[in-house]
Design a binder for this molecule. Sequence first.
Ligand code: NAD
Length: 366
Amino acid sequence: MEQFIMKTKVYMGKSALEHLKDFQIRRAFIICDPFMAESGMVKRITDCLDRQQAVYEIFSEVVPDPDIHVVTKGIGHMTAFAPDTLIALGGGSAIDTAKAVRYIYEQGTSEKKKCLIAIPTTSGTGSEVTSFSVITDREKNVKYPLRDDAMVPDVALLDPELVVSVPAAVTADTGMDVLTHALEACASEKACDFGDAFAEKAVKLIFDYLETAVKNGENQDARERVHNASCMAGVAFNSTSLGLCHGMAHALGAKFHISHGRSNAMLLSHIIAYNAETAAERYTKAASVLGISSPTGKTAALNLSRKVKQLRDKIGIPEKVTSLGISRKEFLDAVPEMAETALKDPCTETNPRKPVLAEIEQIFAK
Ligand code: NAD
């Protein structure tokens, strides 16, 4: 029997942030990165909390690709403050940190579960609605996607005004993360009609609006649509899981410190081509959303792969790691180790075609 769980209450659109008042918050523990504190973005949250006379503490030590040390430190601060609500403000790094903090904190207590409100400020990870939290081991240069339904946030506030300030390059990288989530959900071994409904819509929104959001970040409509797409893709992959692109992106990102979205963006068209035959029918459905129709499924899948590559080029994401200052030799030397890590990554399990080590090495080399 299959399940489709959508636990998070989602508020979307301009002023979604105002809905903070709908929750009886008395003591809020806000988790964010230093940029959110320095740029004044966190003040938009504390102003709302002030109006409802809530007290709060700000933990602004989140780092990109969070590690266990920041999670442990967050748990210490949370224990001392004893909040009734956690608010995660930021990109996937802040939201994943908050999810892990709450989860681990609650393992050691019989207290009532704390409410977690996730407020994404990037349009990429969908972490505000998923049961995943990706934690990096910096000593081993490996990313671990932890998964438990208990980690899913209770509330997500999708306010497009919070993403207007995202720089073009981050908009491009995170937007391609959305597309990867959606297309891996469509092609997953666990793909289902419910997941497809969200994933296919997200694919369409990304192809229609991402380029505008990257090139004209002030365009509210494009920002809002990409923000919604990010959450919808999160809903989809939370039920279907992901695939080889994520397995390889985790290994690549951890080894060479390439952002998660960019790692996915550099790999996605290659993975679609690799899966084209096995998942021909699933990709054909996704491609048809974009008006790509062709006589055979595999051709449609390959056309989709080309479309993905074209979008990546249009928004300025390079294809080769050498464009990022990594030498060809250094990269190729790391391929066997990255391929082994990718093969073991839990996301790889639901890829429609079962890869062997040599195939992953070949895709990296491409
Ligand atoms: P991020 O959270 O690391 O943020 C990237 C950069 O953008 C940071 O420097 C941040 O300060 C800045 N930023 C964020 N919001 C901004 C704004 N409004 N204006 C200007 N700058 C802003 O990046 P991300 O891509 O959102 O998250 C990546 C992390 O999420 C990785 O660790 C990845 O593995 C994880 N992830 C988790 C899931 C999940 O389901 N939990 C899914 C995909 C990725």
